[in-house]
Design a binder for this molecule. Structure first.
Ligand SMILES: [Zn+2]
Length: 122
């Protein structure tokens, strides 16, 4: 290999290494953003769990409610979007009575008051 070819190969390897370093840096930046988002979400979830537990304990102290009633309500609310997945979920629902669009988080149509049945929207 002559001197010129050797220089070309070295330059090409250097460019490749620089490109790889840039890609690695971009990946690390993206990973840091994801890590920050996950930490923010974890803090929000912990805050919500604390609020939920506190609300439940307050309700139980003031009202004659049982864990079974809470569980029944959780299942009812879970099924409002037609899917028993342990999540609130939300998507637009067309009311079968007035045909206007409400949100699956609501128990009743926002416009005509029809109570949504989970099997209707499932
Ligand atoms: Zn309606």
């Amino acid at each position: 290999m002559d001197f010129f070819m050797g220089g070309l190969i070295a330059a090409s390897a250097a460019r490749e290494a620089a490109d790889q370093a840039l890609r690695t840096s971009e990946i690390n930046q993206a990973a840091n953003l994801v890590r920050t988002d996950v930490n923010d979400l974890r803090e929000q979830v912990e805050r919500l769990a604390l609020l939920t537990q506190s609300l439940w304990e307050l309700l139980r102290e003031r009202l004659p409610l049982t864990e079974a009633e809470l569980e029944k309500k959780v299942q009812e609310v879970d099924m409002r979007d037609g899917i028993a997945d342990g999540k609130l979920g939300r998507h637009p629902l067309r009311c079968p009575k007035c045909l206007r669009v409400s949100n699956s988080r609501h128990k009743r149509c926002l416009y005509c008051g029809l109570e949504f049945q989970s099997d209707v929207f499932g």
